[in-house]
Ligand binder design. Structure first.
Ligand code: 5GP
Length: 362
């Protein structure tokens, strides 16, 4: 019944171009969308092709999109044929190798576009069994298809959402986080990390860090108490889940900057993280090789051509691997404007409603 009222909304986790999809019964009837688009699923009556509208699309045109099951199946098939990179061994070449006459599996897999063969096919029962057996270790969620979502607005008595900053090379998200908090210390706060390094005279336990022994730290790490931890100059550092909770208990918005690998761990109903991907803006002129020798100015003026390429690659890689978990991309021009933009985002976060996974509010 829920379906008939078309109250099903999903976030697309891949780009879809019907005109390139030879499996569709009618290319013209297809609904093109991009990863991150919110789709209202009008009917799921057909197991292979759903009808959907794009939220925010002024024409409100309904069109065909591949069903979740179908999209998963063709990705599974593709992976089985070795033409999709297995997320557990992502180095595999992605674009060649499917020798099935009738294969049609192009699309995204874990953020990577697979320029596959464009011939239509349907999986045979045998293939389906085979692929499900082989791919079971991956888990269904590893196929990026759709995520069911709903509108969510934080109520005044509710704990503020966790704000997670991830950044590509050169984004300096820690600096950005510190700056925003320094300007609004009554509203925003960091999660106080743990460390095994000795306390300095001016520091206070529980303010800069929780100073703990190595034994204590190791035990916490073993018990999965940290969202991430690492070593620096032979001392251990890490941020605990409890540290986030204690900021939220004071009704402040907790801002963390983490390696993107920590995202999976943080995407829970408890934290309802709002994920902001910060990437430095690289001027067009610096992307062109001809600019390599010209003396540069601005934020990236002193960087070599190689540095710029590395920054660019880093942003592309994070986008491919983690983009589907990102709520907002912030292009950082300079520190001051990025800080102002981040503040604007945080204010809206407390005021407006946002799409979140349905599982967070059920
Ligand atoms: P300091 O000992 O000077 O306060 O910090 C030294 C370095 O420890 C920081 O620059 C940072 O790289 C690292 N660090 C501080 N807090 C954390 C944390 O929560 N997790 C990790 N992985 N490293 C941290």
């Amino acid at each position: 019944d829920r379906l008939r009222e078309s109250k099903v909304y999903v976030r697309a986790l891949f780009d879809y171009t019907p005109l390139e999809d030879k499996a569709t019964p009618c290319q013209e009837a297809g609904l093109p969308f991009k990863r991150g688009d919110i789709l209202q699923v009008v009917t799921q009556d057909d197991p292979t092709w759903w009808q959907a509208k794009r939220v925010g699309d002024s024409t409100l045109r309904a069109g065909l999109i591949p069903s979740k099951q179908f999209q998963e199946r063709r990705l599974a098939y593709r992976m089985k044929m070795g033409t999709l990179p297995n997320p557990k061994s992502p180095k595999k070449p992605a674009s060649e190798g499917c020798d099935k006459e009738d294969c049609d599996c192009e699309g995204y897999f874990n953020g990577q576009y697979i320029a596959g063969l464009r011939r239509s096919f349907r999986l045979s029962r045998k293939d389906r069994q085979g692929s499900s057996g082989e791919c079971s270790e991956l888990g269904e969620t590893d196929f990026l298809t759709y995520e069911e979502v709903t509108r969510y607005q934080q109520r005044p008595n509710e704990r503020p959402r966790l704000v997670v900053l991830i950044g590509s090379l050169g984004a300096r998200i820690n600096e950005l986080k510190q700056r925003v908090i320094a300007e609004n210390p009554h509203r925003y706060a960091v999660a106080v990390p743990h460390t095994t390094r000795p306390k300095k005279p001016h520091e206070k336990d529980g303010v800069e860090y929780h100073f703990v022994t190595k034994q204590h730290f190791d035990a916490d790490a073993l018990n999965n108490k940290f969202i991430e931890h690492g070593e620096y100059k032979e001392n251990q550092y890490g941020t605990s889940i409890e540290a986030i909770r204690s900021v939220q208990a004071k009704n402040k918005m907790c801002i963390v900057d983490v390696q993107p690998e920590a995202l999976k761990r943080l995407r829970t109903a408890e934290f309802k993280p709002y994920v902001i991907f910060v990437k430095p803006r690289i001027p067009e002129s610096r992307l062109r090789r001809s600019a390599a020798t010209s003396p540069g100015g601005g934020e990236h003026g002193r960087l070599t051509d190689e540095d710029i390429q590395e920054m660019r690659q880093s942003a592309i890689q994070i986008d491919q691997q983690y983009g589907h978990m990102v709520d907002r991309v912030l292009i950082k021009e300079d520190s001051a404007s990025a800080c102002a933009e981040l503040q604007g985002i945080l204010e809206r976060l407390e005021r407006d409603s946002f799409w979140v996974p349905l599982s967070w509010v059920r």
